[in-house]
Design a protein around this ligand. Structure first.
Ligand code: AMP
Length: 416
């Protein structure tokens, strides 16, 4: 069953409380340096306003410490100004997300108007569920739970309807994501267009992929991707492994990895994964290596095992060729994690080469889904973002989705 969409809500004259993701980067002068998280949300906002809804927007920004003198830089005020500029209409701003300031702004809104509430994380209750993991029993204390319940009630009182369009936080049971929708009337809880798009592409890839289905996984650690590999193996035709995590698999096969990043305590696990993969896991055959990870360092292409004095920092040309050949005929491609230490040149070459191949294969009809975070950054860096089918807006969230985890905040939304 699919989830109710904002398109299915009768928003006219109603206060629509929307959880968005405005966790944007700001410079020292509180200027937004990348507003894509705001622009990507605009279709949902425009839909509500054009249909006479009263949009009350809420989000987190960064990780405030709780000390007012340090936290001014986490204010969402610059986001309200950017929204005004982008939609050409005023965006009211409430200097607190709950209490009289928020209620005053919410009740003053007229049809087709928008307001933004101050950073949800200025209240510790918002993500107290994560903080409670540090408690001796890992559970919320009665006091913490009381705060969570009270904060949820105060937020929910601001709206008549609820929309979740914050995909990047969908794997977190934070109050604004999980508790607030449960306090809203049945039939008045929907997802926005951004979350809808993410669930559609990621869901289709896992449930009914166009074949062959090829996953490309990279990055530093196998331990971060175990869940993804285990969940994907039965579903995919091939998994191409690059990045430093490939060396843990090499070491598990007793192949020399030199000074490369390698998780020695995960060798048994790597052996288990290789044994259960039935030949679907494809490892690199060569590396671009150097004595250290530093820009401008002398590099060497090493075929096969690495000598003790070198570390593998990118996939080599033969691997690029082999991986590209495997991607050439793919119907669906899911990519998460860079093929090398791509932030430092020239170790970005393998990642960029694969990004180019994936873009070209997408042009021929394949569906390409790029996980958020580093892979999305690499694709942007290569100027290829527009050529991919879908670039996820949530790094952690897309990874958990690929692990097959359920998203509590999405489960509590009404069925469509
Ligand atoms: P992850 O967060 O696990 O996706 O890992 C991403 C990080 O892995 C990036 O910062 C890359 O620079 C790093 N990385 C990928 N391959 C290598 C490698 N061969 N050696 C060192 N770092 C790497």
């Amino acid at each position: 069953m699919s989830k109710k969409s904002v398109r299915d809500l009768a928003v006219r004259g109603r206060r629509v409380l929307v959880r968005a993701d405005f966790n944007v980067p700001l410079d020292d002068r509180q200027s937004i340096t990348d507003d894509r998280r705001i622009t990507q949300f605009l279709p949902t906002l425009r839909h509500i306003l054009d249909n006479g809804g009263r949009a009350i927007l809420m989000s987190h920004l960064g990780r405030p410490s709780g000390k007012p003198e340090e936290d001014a830089k986490f204010s969402l005020k610059p986001v309200a100004a950017r929204i005004e500029k982008l939609i050409g209409k005023p965006c009211r701003f409430a200097k607190d997300c709950v209490g009289p300031a928020a209620m005053e702004v919410a009740t003053a809104l007229k049809d087709g108007e928008v307001a933004l509430l101050e950073n949800l994380r200025f209240h510790k209750a918002e993500d107290i569920i994560d903080k409670a993991k540090k408690n001796p029993d890992g559970k919320l204390t009665a006091e913490q739970d009381g705060k969570r319940v009270e904060f949820g009630k105060q937020l929910a009182a601001l709206g008549d309807m609820y929309v979740n369009d914050a995909f990047g936080t969908c794997h977190r049971k934070h109050v604004s994501m999980y508790d607030v929708p449960q306090l809203m009337p049945k039939g008045a809880r929907a997802i926005g267009f951004l979350v809808e798009k993410e669930l559609k592409y990621l869901g289709q890839a896992l449930q009914s992929p166009k074949r062959p289905f090829v996953a490309v996984l990279g990055g530093a650690k196998v331990s971060d991707k175990i869940g993804v590999i285990k969940n994907l193996l039965p579903k995919v035709d091939k998994v191409l492994i690059g990045g430093a995590m490939a060396y843990t698999f090499w070491a598990a096969q007793d192949r020399g990895v030199g000074k490369s990043l390698c998780e020695r305590d995960k060798l048994d696990l790597a052996r288990e994964l290789l044994a259960s993969a039935g030949g679907k896991l494809i490892l690199p055959v060569d590396s671009v290596a150097a004595a250290e990870l530093k820009a401008g360092v002398a590099t060497k292409i090493v075929d096969g095992e690495l000598p003790p004095e070198l570390m593998g920092l990118d996939i080599g040309p033969r691997t690029i060729q082999a991986f590209s050949a495997a991607l050439e005929s793919a119907g669906t491609i899911v990519w998460n994690g860079p093929m090398g230490a791509f932030e430092t040149r020239p170790f970005d070459a393998g990642t960029i080469a694969l990004a180019k191949t994936i873009a070209a294969v997408t042009g021929k009809g394949a569906i390409s889904i790029i996980g958020g975070g580093d892979s999305a950054a690499a694709v942007e860096q290569a100027g290829l973002a527009a050529k991919m089918t879908h670039i996820s807006t949530g790094g952690g969230a897309s990874l958990e989705f690929l692990e097959g985890k359920k998203f509590g905040p999405v489960e509590v939304i009404d069925e469509g």
